[in-house]
Design a protein around this ligand. Structure first.
Ligand SMILES: NC(=O)c1ccc[n+]([C@@H]2O[C@H](COP(=O)([O-])OP(=O)(O)OC[C@H]3O[C@@H](n4cnc5c(N)ncnc54)[C@H](OP(=O)(O)O)[C@@H]3O)[C@@H](O)[C@H]2O)c1
Length: 302
């Protein structure tokens, strides 16, 4: 069973993808129970006739018992300038959710989607005591999709011509687009763009959410599809490589912090953090990004 905590825009979109693709049974949990029931009544009509699975809405966390995967997409408020605006209330929320997941489904794989993503991934893992490989923060793959899109726009080429467009580090202002690894039709992107052009793309990736909000109140479908891809790989026991936030223990020279790094998953969840070679500037930016997340974590711990 796939359980999704938070039935707002993001949670319900993930539920829609899981149910309409007949992945597994889906449970929607929301603070306001009626919202979870309403979304599940709507989404149930999108389940294919051939599917044996169903979707239900509730506010009862004890129903989590049979969860193989739990997605956390709950939010206590909307941020407007920075993803860390509601950090304290979000941390309190995730600690409470961690305690419930630990009680009702201690063997589940947890996908954290709520913001501030890296800080919440860290606090969930520490609070639950789950193996750090069972707690995966989903955001860097979304940032990487944005990076790929912006490169394709700049070069007027299709998305499909671009490989290895990765964004690592924080899901926030200090995120690090990794230009040195990007290949365009087999050629290194680094030789196609000058430093100014790279800087423009970097800023656009970081501020993509602000640009989007000029036209739509909040992002929804991009993160839903990126999360669905991870769920699908776990349910169908496929291997998948993508960047995600995970608590680090020495990888990339960082410990006691969660941030976006390249990972590999299979049917059991995450099984490897890939150590890729970065250039000097990228290594420094990643260390700075880690420092920023650590400072946020420490500001709450102190
Ligand atoms: N990782 C990424 O790249 C990414 C991208 C987009 C968004 N996000 C994040 O995803 C989260 C959800 O965004 P959204 O647009 O879907 O927000 P939303 O529409 O406001 O929905 C949030 C939902 O969470 C519910 N909720 C709050 N506390 C809860 C709790 N303790 N238990 C169960 N449900 C609870 C709310 O219930 P009520 O109905 O009772 O208020 C609401 O339905 C946010 O933190 C957002 O920043 C992340």
């Amino acid at each position: 069973m796939i359980s999704i905590i938070g039935s707002g825009r993001v949670g319900s979109s993930i539920a829609f993808l899981c149910a309409s693709n007949a992945l597994d049974d889906v449970l929607l949990i929301n603070r306001n129970k009626d919202k979870a029931i309403g979304e599940s009544l709507d989404i149930t009509n999108a389940i294919p006739q051939t599917s044996e699975f169903s979707i239900h809405g509730t506010d009862d966390f004890s129903k989590l018992t049979d969860s193989d995967i739990v997605v956390i997409a709950a939010s206590t408020g909307i941020y407007s300038k920075d993803r860390s605006e509601n950090m304290v209330s979000q941390i309190n929320m995730i600690k409470d959710i961690a305690e419930k997941i630990k009680r009702y489904c201690p063997s589940t794989v947890v996908l954290v989607v709520s913001n501030p993503l890296d800080v919440l991934t860290y606090f969930f893992q520490k609070e639950s005591g789950f193996s750090r490989f069972k707690v995966i923060g989903i955001a860097s793959s979304l940032d990487s999709s944005r990076f790929r899109y912006l490169i394709s726009e700049k070069l007027s080429i299709p998305n499909s011509s671009i490989l290895d467009a990765l964004v690592l580090g924080e899901h926030g202002d200090s995120m690090v687009p990794i230009f040195s690894k990007v290949r365009v039709n087999g050629t290194s992107l680094s030789s196609m763009l000058d430093d100014d052009e790279k800087s423009v793309i970097s800023n656009k990736v970081k501020n993509y959410w602000l640009e989007l909000r000029k036209f739509k109140s909040r992002s929804q479908f991009g993160i839903a599809k990126n999360t669905f891809d991870v769920i699908e790989a776990i349910v169908n026991k496929k291997e998948l490589s993508f960047p995600a936030s995970v608590v680090l223990d020495g990888e990339y020279g960082q410990s006691n912090v969660a941030m976006g790094v390249p990972v590999r998953i299979n049917g059991h969840g995450l099984f490897e953090i890939e150590q890729i070679e970065l250039d000097e500037s990228e290594t420094e930016q990643l260390a700075n990004s880690s420092k920023k997340i650590q400072n946020q974590i420490n500001s709450v711990l102190s």
